[in-house]
Write a protein that binds this ligand. Structure first.
Ligand SMILES: Cc1cc2nc3c(=O)[nH]c(=O)nc-3n(C[C@H](O)[C@H](O)[C@H](O)COP(=O)(O)O)c2cc1C
Length: 207
């Protein structure tokens, strides 16, 4: 018997399934609001499936000329993470909390991609840096969706990281990212400047 008046059709089982799945997943706005720099991790390991999903999110990122100059070293060996922490951090901000993170992703760039080098020589823009930033933030957002905490780390000695992880000299290490389950409790939200200070319409405003 036809229960739905034309042109409405009954939802297919697929539509019902995906709608239910969608309702369980946080929206992009929720993910953006949930994310914070997590510096306190549980020892619970991150599953292989979640790590693959995080890497896949990076793989889908856009890049200048589609050059995909990024490479990632996913470190789960606790000794190696400890060595990176003890031997490769810079003074003052020693990031000692990173030892507790079960996963450390090392964001690298290949500098010998011709299209990228030509583009940068012409415009003066280091596209590989933008590309890696986008790809790693894709990772951050995917991890957040999966209930994982992350923190970017930029205060490190590249030479020491390369030595410890046997990364070739010609590769640039640009950023590190810790990944793991947050120990609990909501971290205080860091403040942001108001939109009016950051966004201008049509013309630059101020100095
Ligand atoms: C490129 C980059 C490098 C960073 N380096 C460090 C770092 O070495 N140590 C650290 O504790 N946090 C680091 N952070 C995290 C920032 O301190 C943090 O994003 C900022 O204070 C805003 O806080 P929120 O991420 O909780 O919103 C870094 C963030 C970025 C994007």
């Amino acid at each position: 018997m036809e229960c739905y008046p034309y042109p409405l059709k009954p939802p297919s089982t697929y539509t019902i399934f995906f709608e239910k799945e969608r309702q369980k997943m946080p929206t992009l706005d929720e993910i953006l609001n949930m994310r914070y720099s997590c510096r306190d991790y549980d020892s619970r390991p991150v599953s292989e499936g979640d790590l693959t999903a995080i890497c896949e999110a990076a793989r889908l990122a856009p890049s200048a000329c589609n050059s995909q100059t990024w490479r990632f070293v996913v470190v789960r060996d606790r000794n190696l993470i400890s060595r990176v922490c003890n031997e490769a951090m810079r003074p003052v901000i020693r990031n000692q909390w990173m030892k507790e993170a079960p996963v450390l992703i090392v964001g690298c760039s290949k500098l010998d991609v011709v299209a990228n080098k030509i583009g940068s020589a012409v415009t003066g823009i280091e596209y590989y840096q933008i590309d890696l930033g986008i790809a790693m933030e894709h990772m951050v957002l995917k991890a957040t969706e999966l209930g994982l905490g992350t923190c970017w780390i930029g205060w490190f000695r590249e030479d020491r990281i390369k030595e410890i992880l046997e990364i070739p000299e010609k590769i640039k290490v640009l950023a590190l990212l810790t990944v793991g389950y947050p120990k609990g409790g909501d971290a205080a939200k860091s403040r942001r400047k108001p939109l009016g200070e950051l966004v201008f319409h049509n013309r630059w405003k101020g100095r």
